[in-house]
Design a binder for this molecule. Structure first.
Ligand SMILES: NC(=O)c1ccc[n+]([C@@H]2O[C@H](COP(=O)([O-])OP(=O)(O)OC[C@H]3O[C@@H](n4cnc5c(N)ncnc54)[C@H](OP(=O)(O)O)[C@@H]3O)[C@@H](O)[C@H]2O)c1
Length: 332
């Protein structure tokens, strides 16, 4: 009998915790339509990116899905068009492990698009590999996909973002894991040492610092830039982890957000009227929150910015203002 009572209590606590989490998940309450807006989103073939694309398509936006697997993306685009009755969904190729494809994407967008209203840097990867895996640009894999490519893409699209008549927004999907990031600028690409569990957190911290510095540089323009943590969401990203890690995740799987719930903060930052004019902020659960102390360090953000120019070779390809910044800060 005692065992039964214990079992009932355990069930009550487990279900209560789930109910509490569901009740505290906030949604983007804005009903704003996005007809006439062009939105580019990276990594829309699964997870949070796909769910975000569905929600934005339902609001009437024209979507450019920037993905590494074009076939898969075409299938997703058709599925979104069928479910939302929005046929303005196109696929563009980019592989964030290859900077030349990031440059090619930016060139194409600059040549073809009159304007870009929202840029959502969502694609991401969390590889826990040892020894470190390098991309064809000699960049560590996690840093390349989550940070260096995003830095290059957003800087290469600033002029087209500025062409919008109203406010245009950049939304960067970071993570609460940024709080574990260490950010040693002398070891940004792990030239000196490499802890495999740090790479993802460092990249996510770098993303928030990039947002901080970019927001400062964009003051006075109509372009805003914000980062966010989508929550802990059931997606494919965890499939890249080693078995022991996946086992831990499996235990809390029931408590994680669905991808649709995870997309809410992204949609909030991309579309909600209440975010208008806000720049350099970090959002969690559709609310502005403070990131870690390190992520608020303005000096670190500036130093990281200048270091990063070197790694992505931006002084060769970036817009003029970035070129100028790079010329003044040749980092060897
Ligand atoms: N899930 C969470 O709990 C969580 C928590 C905090 C932050 N995040 C962040 O949320 C974002 C979305 O992740 P998710 O959880 O939705 O994971 P996901 O389902 O694995 O989606 C990741 C997306 O990124 C794309 N991608 C991966 N590597 C790429 C590359 N080299 N080039 C271009 N695209 C690439 C994937 O494309 P393929 O379909 O081709 O693989 C996929 O579309 C990431 O930035 C992640 O860090 C997730």
């Amino acid at each position: 009998m005692e065992a039964v009572i214990w079992l009932v209590w355990i069930l009550v606590v487990l279900i209560g915790a789930k109910v509490y989490l569901m009740a505290t998940h906030r949604k983007c309450h804005s009903r704003r339509r996005l007809d006439g807006k062009t939105i580019l989103i990276t990594g829309a073939t699964s997870g949070i990116g796909e769910a975000t694309a569905v929600k934005l398509a339902a609001r009437g936006a024209r979507l450019l899905l920037a993905c590494r697997n074009v076939q898969k993306a075409e299938i997703v685009a058709k599925r979104i068009a069928a479910s939302t009755k929005n046929t303005k969904i196109e696929v563009r190729y980019v592989d964030l492990t290859r900077l030349q494809t990031v440059r090619a994407l930016a060139d194409r967008i600059r040549a073809e698009e009159e304007k870009l209203d929202v840029l959502i840097l969502n694609a991401g990867a969390g590889k826990v590999s040892y020894p470190k895996e390098l991309t064809e640009d000699d960049l560590e894999y996690n840093m390349a996909v989550n940070y260096f490519s995003n830095f290059l893409l957003v800087n290469s699209l600033l002029d087209v973002l500025k062409r919008s008549e109203g406010e245009s927004r950049v939304v960067v999907v970071s993570s609460f894991f940024h709080a574990l990031g260490t950010m040693n600028l002398e070891n940004l690409n792990y030239e000196k040492y490499f802890y495999r569990l740090n790479a993802y957190s460092d990249a996510k911290l770098a993303e928030i610092l990039m947002v901080k510095e970019l927001a400062r540089r964009l003051q006075g323009s109509r372009v805003t830039v914000n980062s966010l943590h989508p929550g802990v969401v059931r997606t494919n990203i965890f499939l890249q982890l080693p078995l022991w890690y996946r086992t831990l995740i499996g235990i809390v799987w029931f408590y994680m957000k669905t991808k649709e719930e995870g997309a809410e903060t992204v949609v909030h930052c991309a579309a909600c009227e209440s975010v208008q004019g806000i720049s350099g902020a970090y959002f969690v659960n559709c609310q502005e929150r403070r990131p870690s102390k390190k992520a608020q360090d303005e000096k670190l953000a500036r130093m990281l910015w200048h270091r990063t120019l070197y790694y992505v070779n931006l002084h060769d390809n970036g817009p003029d203002e970035i070129t100028a910044a790079a010329e003044g800060n040749k980092i060897k």
